[in-house]
Design a protein around this ligand. Structure first.
Ligand code: MN
Length: 129
């Protein structure tokens, strides 16, 4: 099942790797470099899933997740936080801010796409329209 994924990530290397891995499995990736542009793109494009880096300029990922959850059309869109392993508390804060789950950096190319695809077919019944 291919999906349009909005990737909100300020680090070019992470963006490149995530995009490469997701496209290899047939997904379409739309990049955003910071929170405000990510929120604007999410609102206009209604992606099937949002991948959200937590450490971002301008607005951190928690604030971005809260803003995304405030948009009616995005209420059921899976949001997966990309958290840094070293940052204790990121996971809990991500979930509290409205994310459905998290993936740890550094990205593991062996498991990255499988982990994300789990959120496309969650028991909550979220499906790509
Ligand atoms: Mn970052």
């Amino acid at each position: 099942m291919s999906c349009t994924i909005l990737l909100i990530e300020d680090n070019e290397q992470n963006r490149y790797l995530a995009t490469f891995l997701l496209e290899q499995r047939g997904h379409k990736v739309i990049p955003a470099h910071d929170g405000p542009s990510g929120i604007a793109l999410a609102t206009s494009l209604a992606p099937g899933l949002i991948l959200l880096d937590i450490q971002l300029p301008l607005m951190d990922g928690y604030a971005v997740a809260q803003a995304l959850r405030g948009v009616d059309a995005l209420r059921n869109t899976p949001i997966v936080a990309v958290t840094s392993f070293a940052m204790a508390g990121d996971r809990e804060k991500s979930l509290a801010a409205g994310c459905d789950g998290y993936i740890e950096k550094p990205i593991n190319p062996e498991t990255f796409v499988d982990e994300i695809e789990r959120f496309l077919t969650s028991p909550a019944g979220r499906k790509q329209p």
